[in-house]
Design a protein around this ligand. Structure first.
Ligand SMILES: Nc1ncnc2c1ncn2[C@@H]1O[C@H](COP(=O)(O)OP(=O)(O)OP(=O)(O)O)[C@@H](O)[C@H]1O
Ligand SMILES: Nc1nc2c(ncn2[C@@H]2O[C@H](COP(=O)(O)O)[C@@H](O)[C@H]2O)c(=O)[nH]1
Length: 185
């Protein structure tokens, strides 16, 4: 049977992780993106069970207490976590599972899944990162400020990851991502 693999995908908010992953998954439908749990409110168009499992704080705390999350962290005022059951099940079936998670969660995964491939996505500059968050138009000023403060801390930790990819030109970044994932044996 083919061996499953865990792939961690991290980078500051607004760098383009979701955009890159949507393209990657269209071209490689055999890859599986884990659906996280969050206490954040849904953005317009986001669907429960597809983009996230949207839960209240009480439910999130219950999941933490019951050890239902593989990793979890607070990010810019909300909680996020990876449901354990789906990831463990999929990997045991030989699937390649991607976690799109922030830095603290990625550090936890490093402890529990040392063989996971860990990728960090960098912006071409902090200025461009801010433009991207603003252009997306999904966050309040307060949330943008929180996310940008966290961005510098995350970028400083990029060297903790196996591979760093700059998302300047989207197509080029996608090519680099594919090269990192599908290295010939
Ligand atoms: N290479 C790129 N060049 C220009 N704009 C980009 C590029 N990649 C992504 N974007 C744009 O930047 C914005 C943020 O992208 P995206 O939502 O994918 O970021 P993210 O890293 O998933 O953010 P978050 O962690 O907050 O969910 C989007 O409007 C997207 O269209
Ligand atoms: N540690 C975790 N981080 C997660 C998870 N799911 C998403 N995220 C990260 O949170 C921020 C903000 O996401 P947003 O959707 O509110 O913009 C971003 O860096 C995501 O990668 C998770 O399960 N665990």
């Amino acid at each position: 049977m083919e061996t499953g693999k865990l792939i961690v995908f991290t980078g500051p908010s607004g760098v383009g992780k979701g955009t890159l992953l949507r393209k990657l998954l269209t071209q490689h439908p055999e890859l599986v993106l884990s659906t996280s749990v969050t206490t954040r409110l849904p953005r317009p168009g986001e669907i429960h069970g597809t983009d996230y499992y949207f839960v209240n704080l009480e439910k999130f705390q219950q999941m933490v207490a019951n050890q239902e999350l593989l990793e979890w962290a607070e990010f810019a005022g909300n909680y996020y976590g990876t449901p354990r059951f789906q990831v463990e099940e999929l990997i045991s079936q030989g699937k390649w599972v991607i976690l799109e998670i922030e830095l603290e969660g990625a550090r936890q995964i490093r402890q529990t899944f040392p063989k996971a491939l860990r990728l960090f996505i960098l912006p071409p500059s902090l200025w461009e990162l801010e433009q991207r968050i603003r252009r997306r138009g999904t966050e309040t000023e307060e949330a943008i400020a929180k996310r940008l403060r966290r961005a510098q801390e995350e970028i400083n930790a990029a060297n903790e990851f196996d591979i760093q990819i700059v998302n300047d030109d989207l197509e080029k970044a996608l090519e680099n991502l594919e090269a990192a994932l599908f290295v010939p044996c």
